[in-house]
Design a binder for this molecule. Structure first.
Ligand code: NDP
Length: 250
């Protein structure tokens, strides 16, 4: 049976661009109430305005860095204080560092990848879980084919996503039917990340097109809107996994 989202309270991390932004619109169109989290305030406000236009009954925004445990505690609290409940937690915030392993000079510079992609989701899950159990809610984890398959240039990113997949697979068994978990592994999708926003030793920079094309290869880059639509549908059906078939045909 398909879950009805009207009035449901959905918290989305990384909602200021890309897949997270489009997930906000998809939930908004179905009448969900939204808590949108990311670091960039102006972008979040724009997404919130559009989500209201599309039909969300109530939207709040919280500026926060998911790699900081205290920030995660704060945005979960603000969400539950405002709405009185939490139905879906969408752990989408993520960053990429796409280099061949031998290109790294100081591997410590890649620590933010694990901090955001893995620990950010773990912190958020811990604080949200009591509320999700109360509502018999759902967790949506945005992983990646990199969490399951090799992809040259993705070593650190792949490790962070594999950690995420295994964390949620374990949690699913521990929680039984009290909270459902959907792990989404979309293929290459239009976003700031796939357009070349990468973490390097100098912080987040744009990676040149040629290098990016070499990494992406012949895989199609799909629309973030379509990606979000598929994910929300899978979540409403209660699917455990949703993957991009062009990656998982092997
Ligand atoms: P974007 O770069 O467009 O979006 C990333 C989002 O995460 C932004 O809203 C960003 O907002 C937020 N974010 C990053 N760091 C933090 C942080 N420390 N605290 C809070 N928010 C943060 O990329 P995508 O939309 O592509 O990425 C979304 C998810 O999808 C990621 O987990 C990514 O790994 C995954 N994915 C992407 C694929 C693709 O091809 N694009 C394929 C498979 C998975 P802000 O900067 O404002 O904080």
């Amino acid at each position: 049976t398909m879950e009805v989202l009207l009035g449901k309270v959905v918290l989305i991390t990384g909602a200021s661009s890309g897949i997270g932004e489009k997930l906000a619109y998809e939930y908004a169109q179905k009448g969900a109430r939204l808590a949108l989290v990311a670091r960039r305030e102006k972008k979040l406000q724009e997404v919130a305005d559009k989500a209201r236009e599309l039909g969300s009954l109530d939207v709040i925004t919280v500026c926060a860095d998911v790699s900081k445990s205290n920030d995660c505690k704060r945005f979960v609290e603000e969400t539950v204080n405002h709405f009185g409940r939490l139905d879906h937690l969408v752990n989408n915030a993520g960053i990429v560092s796409a280099f061949y392993f031998e290109e790294y000079t100081d591997i410590a510079n890649t620590l933010p990848v694990m901090d955001v992609n893995f620990w950010g989701s773990v912190y958020t899950t811990q604080f949200a879980l009591p509320h999700l159990k109360k509502s018999k809610g759902k967790i949506v984890a945005i992983a990646s084919p990199s969490g399951w398959l090799y992809g040259p240039g993705m070593s650190i990113y792949a490790a962070s996503k594999a950690a995420l997949v295994n964390f949620y697979d374990t949690l699913r068994v521990e929680l039984g039917s009290s909270v459902k978990i959907t792990i989404a592994s979309p293929g290459f999708t239009e976003s700031e990340m796939s357009q070349g926003k990468h973490l390097t030793t100098e912080g987040v920079v744009e990676v040149d097109r040629e290098k990016l094309d070499a990494l992406i290869g012949n895989f199609p880059v799909k629309s973030a809107k379509g990606c979000a639509k598929n994910i929300v549908k899978a979540v409403c059906r209660g699917d455990r996994n949703i993957t991009d078939p062009s990656f998982f045909r092997i």
